[in-house]
Design a protein around this ligand. Structure first.
Ligand code: C2O
Length: 438
């Protein structure tokens, strides 16, 4: 694949450019008025698009080596027991086709790859491990709805850099919490834009990209089939099922494919063995680091009450921001989740940035660890200076956290947001807690 000329759609260069085109506005949406870029991140398109992309990439590799049974390896970075949380040694052998020189020097094996942007370089391995387990737990186990986990609707005509709070898309926790952290930590910070893995334009030049995404794909399946609360459901909206993309197949022919045809891995001939250590994060029980409501101390410290958009205007987060947020006053209906929505997050995309959310820790900072029940999740955004900004909603299941801390009876809670990774500008339009259907 590396040896093929750049004019061949099966070459690694063109394979990487396909990712770049779908992710950085190389294509325009079909059948809508105006020039609206197509973007396969930050919404429900993320998982199915990348599954199709891996499917063709794997078939191309198999056909190039004459082995139709060839299978991509997945990098099980979620594994905190058997060493999956290091960059796989296979990819670090200089002068082999799996090697890429543009990777972060500080996370070479045996360094553990963090899944949380607040992880400081000199944290102990046990804190990093617990933070990773908690990130897995919060992003996969308690994110039980398709919207929370896969991301929300992106419908024809919506331009992600130019939306209102009402038609903002919603990025999912697998993408924005876990997947993007890996992109950030593997990319080389001494290059412009964290090349190769740290921005969507160059990420797929690194062969590790495909093994990273194979694990993302595997986790989608684990989320759907292997959670303690039983089988979970993908989106069923026709706008999701009927979305179409084009790819090159192993014969270098262009083919058109649909989201609805990629939802069943078995039909694609893709099987994942049960992960040896999945149960460790599935059953992770994050300890609470606080034991009473922080609302009184936050109130006396001047923390403001923040409500739903448009009541607040635009709130600038700075490096950190705390607010008191009301919980719904009515009883929680069964088959619902209690969910925090960070409304209308707007991020300048000139550099990597992460927005980290906590409950009951007023004035949290980038040094606040993410291994406890107070941690809600992280929204990581890779840089893309060609786009001025991204507008999105961010949601976290919060009921499980409140229960673990013992705050189920409280009428209001303290929410803290921390900006880390860079000092990029982040603003929001509101904070809202309500019940959402499961
Ligand atoms: Cu299209 Cu991991 O990104």
């Amino acid at each position: 694949m590396r040896a093929l000329p750049d004019t061949d759609p099966r070459s690694l260069t063109v394979q990487a450019n396909i990712h770049c085109s779908f992710c950085n506005g190389g294509y325009l949406q079909a059948g809508v008025n105006g020039n609206i870029p197509l973007q396969v991140h930050f919404s429900w398109l993320f998982l199915p698009w990348h599954r199709w992309y891996l499917y063709f990439h794997e078939r191309i590799l198999g056909s190039l080596i004459g082995d139709p049974g060839f299978s991509l390896l997945y990098w099980n970075w979620d594994d905190q027991v058997y060493g999956g949380n290091e960059i796989p040694e296979l990819f670090t052998r200089v002068n082999t086709s799996l090697y890429d020189a543009k990777r972060r020097a500080e996370v070479q094996p045996p360094t553990i790859v963090p899944l949380a942007a607040t992880t400081l370089p000199n944290m102990s391995a046990s804190i990093v491990t617990n933070q990773n387990l908690n990130n897995m737990y919060q992003s996969v186990v308690t994110a039980s709805t398709a919207s929370l986990f896969m991301g929300g609707a992106l419908r024809a005509g919506v331009d992600l850099s130019n939306v209102t709070v009402l038609n903002n898309t919603l990025g999912g926790s697998l993408e924005n919490g876990l997947h993007t952290a890996i992109h950030y930590y593997v990319g080389d910070p001494t290059t412009q834009l964290l090349q190769n893995m740290g921005n969507f334009g160059t990420a797929a030049r690194d062969p590790l990209f495909y093994s990273h995404h194979s694990n993302v794909d595997r986790l989608w399946e684990v989320w759907r089939l292997n959670m303690p609360d039983g089988e979970r459901a993908d989106h069923t909206d026709p706008d999701f099922l009927n979305a179409e993309f084009v790819f090159y197949d192993e014969n270098a022919n262009m083919v058109r494919v649909k989201v609805s045809d990629v939802l069943d891995n078995q039909k694609l001939g893709v099987y994942y063995k049960k992960g040896r250590s999945d149960h460790v994060w599935i059953n992770y029980s994050p300890p609470a680091s606080t034991n009473e409501s922080a609302v009184p101390v936050a109130l006396s410290g001047g923390v403001p009450l923040v409500g739903e958009s448009p009541l607040n205007g635009t709130i600038s987060i700075g490096t950190n921001f705390s607010a008191i947020v009301k919980r719904p006053s009515e009883e929680k209906p069964s088959k619902t989740l209690e969910v925090l929505t960070i409304q209308g997050v707007q991020v300048a995309r000139d550099q990597f940035v992460a927005l980290v959310a906590f409950v009951n820790i007023p004035w949290a900072t980038e040094n606040t660890t993410t291994d406890s029940a107070e941690y809600l999740g992280t929204f990581n955004i890779v840089p893309d200076p060609a786009k001025s900004s991204l507008n999105t909603n961010v949601k976290y299941e919060i009921g499980d956290n409140l229960k673990r801390i013992g705050l189920e009876k409280e009428a209001e809670v303290v929410i803290s947001l921390v900006v880390t990774g860079s000092n990029a500008t982040v603003t929001i339009q509101g904070l809202k807690i309500d019940y959402e259907d499961q």
